[in-house]
Design a protein around this ligand. Sequence first.
Ligand SMILES: C[S@@+](CC[C@H](N)C(=O)[O-])C[C@H]1O[C@@H](n2cnc3c(N)ncnc32)[C@H](O)[C@@H]1O
Length: 200
Amino acid sequence: MATVANSQYWENRYQEGKTGWDLGQAAPPFVGLLDSPTAPTTGKIAVLGAGSGYDALLFAQRGFEVIGFDFAPSAIASASKLAQSRGIAAQFLQRNIFDLSAEFPHYFDYVLEHTCFCAIEMRDRSSYVKLVKSLLKPQGELIALFWAHNLPGGPPFGTTTAEICQYFESDFETNNLVLAKNSVPQRQAQEYLGRFIAKN
Ligand SMILES: C[S@@+](CC[C@H](N)C(=O)[O-])C[C@H]1O[C@@H](n2cnc3c(N)ncnc32)[C@H](O)[C@@H]1O
């Protein structure tokens, strides 16, 4: 049976159009961040579980060197097509994110995450934290929009801010996790923007 740890599960969702997480636009809190005085400076950024690519393309448009990763072929195809149609330079690679450490060791200035942490099996969360750290340069930054929901039925696994900090604090400074200001209406008061610097 296809489970969330398996690309077929997600591929089926894309093929059946059951993509309730997909905003059809970049997440407004990322737009707000890039427009703010504390916007990150440009650099190399990995987008994990990039889906249809809207967030990746936003960062690419703002001058970041972007590689989006997803293991669902349809997601990669949609994101690549969107980049091409908009004339935006961004790369999208079909990969299982848990295989990336060897290919991109300490390669990125940033990792971007949006509804990826809540989409992986809970037993894989510690490995996910290690993965993010392994992709970042020393003092690199995770920019994350965590969907800290408690909705029955997903997507797929709820979380809390306490839990997020508990997982990430071994490898990251987690003091910068705040309620996102301009979430889409259906996610108001459920999204937290985190900017976590990797510890040495
Ligand atoms: C809930 S969706 C979020 C997609 C996108 N970030 C967004 O907000 O629209 C989770 C995405 O992560 C991808 N994904 C989940 N586990 C993955 C893994 N181990 N490797 C690569 N991609 C994964 C899925 O295929 C899916 O596109």
